[in-house]
Design a protein around this ligand. Structure first.
Ligand code: ZN
Ligand code: ZN
Length: 186
């Protein structure tokens, strides 16, 4: 499937957004306050966002939960239901653009959209195309026992099982290696 620059950005953004959620009661929320949201918007180069408020913060946290549901969806149909709701509630205005020297592509967020609607529209559509392409299963959660971070598996054979943010795959390899050594030595 063709992944354009903007799709790639939207995917990175939605994965990072989902992963700002606290993993349990003991970990902090990555979007704890408006300042944190402002930082998130800046670092992900989300365009056309005005001054942020508490309202934006709670709206973004709400859609974060919806996006998390897409990564946890067991099949394309249940992912499609959530994506449809997200995109419909955002109210989209598809329009062609060739901004910043990129090839022609479509933006979905409506002019003047809030940051939550912007994310719901553009990230929602980026995920929608995975469902269209029959690639919904690439939207994954890490299989390491103490990690449930979201990631998009862009490997050729869809074989990725672990996120790379905490070297989960590596840790498991090391644990398996040690277990084998112990067995061999014992
Ligand atoms: Zn663009
Ligand atoms: Zn992980």
């Amino acid at each position: 499937m063709l992944i354009t620059h903007d799709t790639r950005c939207a995917l990175d953004t939605v994965v990072d957004l989902v992963n700002t959620a606290p993993e349990d009661d003991t970990t902090p929320d990555g979007l704890a306050d408006v300042t944190a949201l402002d930082e998130f918007v800046r670092s992900h180069q989300i365009s056309d966002v005005g001054t942020l408020s508490e309202f934006d913060l709670s709206a973004v946290r709400k859609i974060r939960g919806r996006f998390a549901g897409i990564f946890a969806a067991p099949d394309a149909r249940s992912a499609a239901v959530i994506i449809n709701e997200l995109v419909a509630s955002a109210g989209t205005t598809p329009r062609l653009t060739d901004h910043d020297g990129y090839d022609w592509h479509v933006h979905y967020f409506a002019p003047g959209a809030s940051v939550a609607d912007h994310l719901a529209a553009d990230c929602g559509m980026a995920l929608a195309f995975f469902v269209v392409a029959g690639e919904q299963e690439r939207l994954r959660r890490c299989e390491a026992p103490d990690c449930r971070r979201a990631f998009v598996d862009l490997s050729r054979n869809r074989s990725r099982r672990y996120c790379d943010s905490r070297t989960c795959g590596n840790r498991l390899h090391v644990a398996a290696y040690r277990a084998r050594r112990k067995e061999a030595a014992g």
